[in-house]
Design a protein around this ligand. Structure first.
Ligand SMILES: [Mg+2]
Length: 185
């Protein structure tokens, strides 16, 4: 793996740290949406708009007790250096899950912090007090890649999520969460 190292890692949440596809889909189903029409990696507000649903109804339908950390992620989190979460998730659901998992990122911004539009890493860099070259983004979607490219951060793909491409055009695929620890200076 590339031996570049960083002062902090900025993580996407759903599909990167937690295996949440099923919980997200079940909430949509409870609101009457056909499972096959749900897509991932968007701002939750944009996906709900597309499907004609209300944010509060979705937050209500989403069960914050079910998602699990990807295998190995739970063991790595307590050993991370500086880290942050940058997620399109509803803040009520995301905060409840972080609390239940016992995870304490230095900075965590969710959909509301981005005014329900697609997230951005720029305010996270400001809050961390770091420039883009000192920080890497870890994610599982094209949206995460876009966030990384927008600010000039390197991109690492959460290869433990089966939806991550084997050979993306941009960025490095990590195959195991333990490799995250090698990314710190
Ligand atoms: Mg994701």
């Amino acid at each position: 793996m590339t031996p570049r190292s960083y002062d902090a890692l900025v993580f996407d949440f759903d599909g990167t740290l937690v295996d949440s596809d099923e919980a997200l889909v079940v909430a949509f189903e409870q609101l009457g949406v056909e499972r096959s029409t749900v897509t991932f990696g968007h701002a939750i507000g944009e996906e709900l708009d597309r499907l004609g649903l209300a944010l509060d109804d979705y937050a209500e339908a989403y069960d914050v007790e079910v998602v699990r950390a990807f295998d190995g992620v739970d063991r790595v989190i307590p050993q991370l250096g500086r880290w942050a979460v940058c997620s399109n998730k509803h803040p009520v659901s995301a905060t409840a899950e972080l609390t239940r998992l016992g995870w304490h990122p230095e900075v965590a911004l969710f959909a509301e912090d981005f005014h329900w539009a697609h997230k951005s890493v720029a305010p996270i860099l400001d809050l961390l007090g770091l420039t883009a070259d000192r920080v890497a983004v870890v994610g599982d979607s094209e949206g995460d890649l876009r966030c990384a490219l927008e600010v000039g951060c390197d991109m690492y793909w959460a290869g433990w999520n089966p939806r991550v491409p084997d050979d993306p055009e941009v960025g490095t695929v990590l195959s195991r969460p333990a490799q995250l620890l090698e990314l710190y200076r």
